[in-house]
Write a protein of this length. Structure first.
Lengths: 444, 130, 530
């Protein structure tokens, strides 16, 4: 019986103790008319068979071990040191629950505290929570915090169109029941255009850094403009880019959110990922979700505990601002181990590799007949390429050569048909890039 | 009855705030019973001085390790002062709820709602019954 | 006073210039970095690989986990997490699959998700399932948004009240508020069921036209099947409301009853509870939602459907629809079409699976399409048990809970003394040891090598200890737990201080939560040096 350990004799002993003859009798309160339905499921399988089937299903996918991959658009193929997986596979971490009992959860608590600390280091914020579901839901939660911080008197939320399309969709899903307006992302507004939308009814303005197109805008005057209007500046940032670029804290952001997947979490077909959420001290008590703080035990020993608990749904119930409970704790552990391994110098090195390789690829492609790369703004590891043919055709040709090409921007932006968002990371060796350029050249 | 204090000269709401009128200015705080129930208070937050309240509006929030409670004003008017000293020393509410632990002052033009609140004896009986 | 931590912070064991990873040099010509955009400092630790390994191994040893022993945490279903599922999740075809891979290149993943949708629908009796919610709370949110939109589309946007029993998990009322609706709380009666008088009053009184629906946990958060559930459902439906089932306790229901057949309109599953995906120290979870045909158009998306029918019968059992794995590896595979060949014969074309957005979808709940890593683990789990085994999961979970209940009733007060589902509530309090509370009993259990039950939930039972052993525990383990509980009951009378100061053998003693909340040290100083 797979993972059920009972022998028939033990089952009988237990039934005697309970005082029933069969297990079925324990279900007497279930309406008889609906009791014990038949389940139409496949028959059981042995572990050997399941292992074989899972392998077969997995191999029916085009994955990054078999293909060279130049696709990003919110999910990135980065190097993950072996240690990360080994730490993750420790049963003490992955088979534990939320650390509600701190005396026997100091491992999870301290690792999470260290994650919070490293996220603060990266973002330039004062506090970070233990995670949200992903980058998109972190942005949705940031909107809630901004509405709370402006006491629900401000009804306008400005989002840049260069924020990941899925994130903007999620923000709208989350806030469909509220009396607010989400604007700014219907056109192609630049940052200066967004700044003009600020007024006394604006709760927050959000930009992505680098934006969905991989580019970095001049954000030097943005924070002052947002703050002058009494609103909050939210930045959706790729943590990998923060290894080399100015921190959002330095640029004046109030809340920094984003997808932590680039730091030690595999592509995994989109999840589980890691929504990080970091904030300035001023707003720290509005943070939703779990957060770990340092304290002392009864002997005066330093230790960690979940704090700011009254904000959470189990205590505040209908007055809570978020219902989040389960988070992405294990992915926060991945990021924690990853950042510790990379450290100050390693992470910067990886960031620079991304920058140089992406620029090498962009320059080479830009030289090809029929192609042009948008070099109008600085970029990190993604860039937009205008192509001479429909992207689907180009990607088909690349796939036949073992390459997963860029993301078709026309799927989300009607003015960007025949534009491809290419991503180059430290995982793309020069030979791979050269081959990509060669094949693209042949399609020109 | 329990061993909490309930000064005779104040008015009390079912949501455990006390009210003291001095002319048109009403000082508001939470009762000894309430602070005892909440246990160690770790955080207070009030709306800003200058803001207008309707009767029954929340003027802030108080938080202990185990609970978070909304604070309500029985009277309408402008918040003219908040006890910002509590932000750094919220434990003052536990130590001296009717004195240094006062929370906000509201200038009102309508004291009538205070007439509908409980006096000390009624509030004690109310707390005993909970 | 400064004292040492059990294990120093990662920031405090480093030295400038040290690095925990060996990285390649740049193999392309370098370009100039844009100086004006660059950051000056990156205050991360500087530690070696060995230091990192030892640091996290030492931390791991400060945790209690299912892999170490019984974890009877009520409402959390801490069952054994099968190791094969972890191996499966790390197969390159899953772990290294980009979420925006074209449909033709992700047929394996899409096929798996579609099968899981079908199986979850079958287990619960629902017509359609979306796997996108990232956790139970997000599934709840999806459910309430669907109910809201359903009423609005019918011109009944005034329906803004969701009935929630006072025994509900806190996520229920919080969810209602997030969705812009309002909670109408219902009391429970002395049997732990919804108070029917209060329910009828709400559904038949002046609020009738404002009733949007009701959220109910089955079995209830007390671990009890509501014998009145059919009447509850009929009453709410009669008022025009829809019924939401919180599926946190689904481990008590599989093949015992299908919520969809009882009349529920929507429910969420917790794949990390019922279907064994690991809790991960707080997450990730996965909170698929199932709905009947009324709500199917509103499901959060995307969901997986067959977007192009195959040439042969495609409703074969999974094993038969898959070709052996030796076929079609790597780069040559792309030209072979979909690898999910049917076994029917040469030349048959398999169906093409793809993502679709339901017609009136409430929208996307997260980027991409859910916690796929949890989907594949749940898939493998259901596959191992199959039809007969899934039925046994629930039967033995309920057996284990009732066995513990029967034995513990001798020493502890059980406020609802009848057969329970997969969990039950004890009162962690004794009249002749008034100073000992549920929390003290919990903490003392740590000294006996067990994780405590859930304390102080549900809120309607004073000093509640909610105990859920799950089906994966042996009788021997359960007997040891009972013995520990009995000795603690004895200690409560003999030496209450022993309990009040517990735990005595855990890595740390009880913590000062007031200090933590007041001083708010949420980040270590070196990380802020900028």
């Amino acid at each position: 019986m797979s993972y059920i350990p009972h022998t028939p004799f033990e089952t009988q002993q237990m039934l005697v103790e309970i005082g029933v003859a069969t297990i079925d009798e324990l279900f007497e309160a279930v309406p008889a008319t609906h009791r014990f339905p038949k389940l139409d499921l496949p028959p059981p399988m042995s572990e050997m068979e399941v292992a074989a089937e899972m392998l077969a299903i997995s191999e029916a996918n085009d994955h990054a071990q078999d293909f060279a991959i130049f696709r990003g658009a919110g999910a990135y193929h980065h190097f993950i040191p072996s240690v990360v997986n080994h730490m993750l596979l420790r049963g003490e971490f992955y088979t534990a629950y939320t650390p509600y009992q701190p005396e026997i959860s100091q491992g999870t608590l301290q690792a999470t505290y260290e994650y919070q600390s490293m996220m603060c280091a990266l973002t330039g914020m004062d506090a970070a929570n233990a995670s949200h579901y992903d980058g998109a839901t972190s942005l949705a939660e940031a909107i809630t915090v901004a509405l709370e911080a402006t006491r629900h008197r401000r009804k306008k939320v400005i989002l840049s169109h260069a924020i990941h399309p899925h994130y903007r969709e999620v923000a709208r899903t989350y806030h469909q029941g509220r009396d607010i307006r989400i604007i700014g992302d219907r056109g192609r507004g630049e940052v200066v255009d967004l700044m003009e939308m600020l007024d006394e009814n604006t709760a927050m303005l959000a930009v992505q850094y680098p934006d969905f197109f991989g580019q970095i805008d001049d954000l030097s005057t943005l924070a002052d403009a947002v703050h002058d209007a009494g609103a909050l500046l939210v930045m959706v940032a790729n943590p990998m880019a923060l290894s080399i670029f100015k921190s959002p804290g330095e640029l004046g952001a109030d809340i920094v959110v984003g997808e932590g997947q680039p730091m030690g979490v595999p592509l995994g077909y989109g999840g589980p990922y890691l929504g990080y959420f970091a904030i300035r001290q001023k707003y720290v008590r509005r943070i939703a979700g779990r957060i770990i703080g340092e304290t002392l035990d009864a002997d005066g020993k330093r230790a960690f505990v979940m704090t700011l608990r009254p904000r959470e749904q189990d205590i505040k119930r209908e007055r809570a601002t978020s219902n989040i409970c389960t988070n992405q704790g294990l992915m926060a552990l991945s990021a924690s181990v990853y950042m510790a391994l990379m450290g100050k110098n390693g992470l910067r090195h990886v960031g620079e590799l991304n920058y140089h390789k992406a620029h090498y690829a962009a320059n080479e492609i830009n030289r090809l007949d029929g192609y042009s790369v948008d070099m109008s703004k600085p970029f990190f590891n993604e860039f937009v390429v205008a192509c001479p043919r429909p992207i689907a055709r180009i990607n088909e040709a690349l796939l036949a050569e073992g390459i997963i090409g860029g993301y078709d921007l026309g799927a989300h932006y009607y003015h960007l048909t025949d534009r491809m968002l290419l991503c180059v990371t430290e995982m793309n060796a020069k030979e791979e890039i050269d081959r990509l350029v060669e094949i693209l050249g042949g399609l020109g | 009855m329990g061993d909490w204090k309930t000064p005779a000269n104040l008015k009390y709401a079912e949501t455990d705030e006390w009210f003291a009128a001095d002319g048109a200015v009403v000082t508001i705080g939470i009762t000894d019973y309430a602070q005892d129930q909440l246990n160690d208070i770790v955080y207070v937050e009030f709306r800003d001085a200058g803001e207008e309240l309707d009767a029954g509006d929340s003027f802030g929030e108080v938080e202990s390790v185990k609970a978070a409670s909304e604070l309500y004003s029985a009277v309408a008017g402008e918040i003219i002062e908040v006890n910002s000293a509590l932000e750094d020393a919220p434990e003052t509410v536990n130590a001296d709820p009717f004195g240094a632990g006062w929370m906000v002052k509201v200038r009102t033009s309508d004291l009538a709602p205070l007439g509908g609140l409980m006096d000390a004896a009624a509030y004690d009986a109310y707390c005993d019954s909970r | 006073m400064t004292t040492e931590l059990l294990q120093p912070l990662i920031y405090d064991i480093g030295s400038p210039g040290r690095m925990g990873v060996n990285l390649p040099e740049c193999d392309v010509p370098k370009v100039e970095l844009p100086a004006a955009l660059m950051r000056e400092d990156l205050p991360l630790p500087e530690v070696s690989e060995v230091q990192v390994v030892r640091h996290f191994v030492k931390l791991s040893k400060l945790n209690y986990s299912i892999d170490q022993g019984l974890y009877p945490l009520g409402s959390c279903t801490m069952k054994y997490n099968p190791k094969i599922n972890e191996d499966a999740a790390r197969l390159p075809g899953f772990a290294q699959l980009h979420p925006l891979t074209d449909e033709s290149g992700s047929q394996g993943a899409l096929f798996l998700m579609r099968e899981l949708q079908k199986w979850l629908g079958e287990i619960s009796g629902f017509d359609a399932v979306s796997l996108t919610p990232a956790a139970g709370a997000q599934g709840e949110f999806a459910g309430i948004l669907m109910i809201r939109q359903y009423h609005r589309d019918r011109g009944e946007g005034q329906r803004d009240l969701i009935l929630v029993p006072n025994s509900a998990h806190g996520t229920n009322p919080a969810t209602v508020t997030m969705a812009g609706m309002h909670v109408h709380e219902l009391p429970s009666n002395d049997r732990g069921n919804v108070d029917m008088d209060a329910l009828h009053a709400a559904c038949e009184g002046e609020l009738r036209d404002r009733i949007a629906g009701m959220m109910v946990t089955v079995p209830s958060t007390l671990g009890l099947f509501e014998s009145t559930i059919l009447e509850v459902i009929a009453t709410v439906h009669d008022a025009g409301g829809l019924m939401y089932m919180d599926g946190a306790n689904m481990n008590a229901l599989m093949a015992a009853v299908k919520p969809g057949e009882l009349g529920f309109d929507v429910m969420h599953y917790n794949l990390h509870k019922t279907f064994s995906t690991p809790h991960g120290g707080g997450g990730p979870g996965s909170g698929a939602v199932g709905v009947n045909d009324k709500l199917a158009p509103y499901l959060p998306g995307p969901i997986v459907e067959i977007v192009e029918e195959g040439a042969a019968d495609t409703e074969e059992p999974v094993g038969a629809t898959l070709e052996s794995p030796e076929h079609g590896r790597g780069m040559t595979r792309a030209s072979q079409g979909s690898p999910l060949q049917t076994s029917a014969g040469e030349g048959d074309r398999p169906p093409l699976y793809g993502f679709v957005m339901p017609e009136k979808s409430i929208g996307r709940l997260k980027a991409f399409h859910g916690n796929f890593g949890m989907h594949l683990r749940a898939f493998a789990y259901i596959r191992v048990y199959g039809d007969s085994g899934i039925r046994d999961v629930t039967r033995y979970a309920v057996l284990n809970a009732n066995y513990l209940r029967a034995k513990l009733m001798r020493t502890y007060k059980v406020p609802y003394p009848r057969y329970c589902g997969h969990e039950f509530v004890l009162e962690g309090h004794f009249e002749d040891a008034a100073d000992v509370h549920a929390l003290d009993i919990s903490k003392r259990l740590m000294d006996y090598g067990f994780h405590p039950p859930t304390n102080y939930f549900p809120l309607i039972v004073p000093e509640a200890l909610l105990i859920e052993p799950t089906e994966t525990e042996t009788k021997v383990d359960l007997d040891e737990f009972v013995e520990a509980m009995e000795r603690i009951a004895e200690e409560a009378r003999r030496d209450p201080e022993l309990l009040r100061n517990a735990p005595h053998t855990a890595p740390v003693r009880r913590l000062d939560e007031v200090r933590a909340a007041k001083e708010l040290v949420l980040c270590c100083a070196p990380a802020l040096s900028r």
